[in-house]
Design a protein around this ligand. Structure first.
Ligand SMILES: [Zn+2]
Length: 248
């Protein structure tokens, strides 16, 4: 039945907690099911609170009008939309980087709504990092993170999950904030980059993304599949994200 639905172009979807994952069958790199599996393993469910959907929508007018934009978080509806821009440049890793960044915006919104005192702690850390940045050149995980308090949160969140060594190097204080107050002690021992061997496994339906926080990874018994990621590069992606501002 599944094949039949695919053949006639019927929309397919998966769920991660209450969040609908859809449209990724069109990106040809990861299925809705695989992405839902990755997010279920990696992201605490609370971080997807009130997020109705994560959808691959390359024809979205916002992406057409903003060709450097890889994804955006709608601050009114909490929908996450993902473009194919990240795919051309960085493949499935670029896609996952963008998705985790956008999930970070939702997690920030969750903190502001349900844990405002923690959100206030973040505001103070964010403000202080401009001073640190002016004196030492570090304190932000990327140039894009210096944009504002929201992008700093999303970039820091992304780095905590996808490039924790980078975050620990550039801002131990922000790493500790994420560890203590956002991820409740969950740590990510490695960032996940996909090597050709892992990609081959992926194409054979062995999901190289499935992992448990803080554990060593093995994919098909080959430990070397997972290597440190150094794919973050602001010069290539000045607009990792475009945040839709709520009208009115
Ligand atoms: Zn953003």
């Amino acid at each position: 039945m599944t094949d039949f639905f695919t053949e006639i172009g019927r929309e397919s979807y998966e769920f991660c907690s209450n969040t609908e994952i859809k449209g990724f069958e069109n990106c040809e790199l990861i299925s809705n099911e695989q992405l839902a599996g990755y997010l279920n393993e990696v992201i605490p469910n609370a971080h997807l609170t009130a997020c109705p959907s994560i959808e691959f929508t390359p024809k979205d007018p916002i992406f057409v009008e903003n060709p450097n934009c890889c994804g955006y978080f709608n601050t009114t509806t909490h929908e996450i939309h993902i473009d194919e821009n990240g795919l051309a440049r960085e493949g499935v890793n670029g896609l996952l980087d963008t998705i985790i960044h956008e999930v970070g915006h939702n997690a920030h919104s969750w903190l502001e709504t349900f844990h405002p005192t923690i959100a206030d702690k973040w505001n103070a850390i964010h403000k202080a990092s401009y001073t640190e940045y002016a004196h030492t050149g570090i304190g932000f995980v990327s140039n894009y993170a210096t944009t504002n308090v929201n992008e700093d949160f999303a970039e820091t969140y992304y780095a905590y999950v996808r490039d924790p060594e980078l975050l620990q190097t550039l801002s131990p204080q922000k790493y500790k904030f994420m560890h203590d107050w956002v991820f409740n002690g969950i740590q990510y021992a490695h960032s996940v980059a996909i090597t050709p061997v892992a990609m081959a496994n992926f194409n054979n339906n062995i999901n190289p993304f499935l992992l448990s926080a803080g554990q060593e990874y093995t994919v098909g018994g080959i430990q070397d599949n997972i290597v440190s990621s150094h794919i973050h590069n602001d010069s290539q992606s000045p607009y990792r994200c475009f945040d839709m501002i709520a009208a009115g």
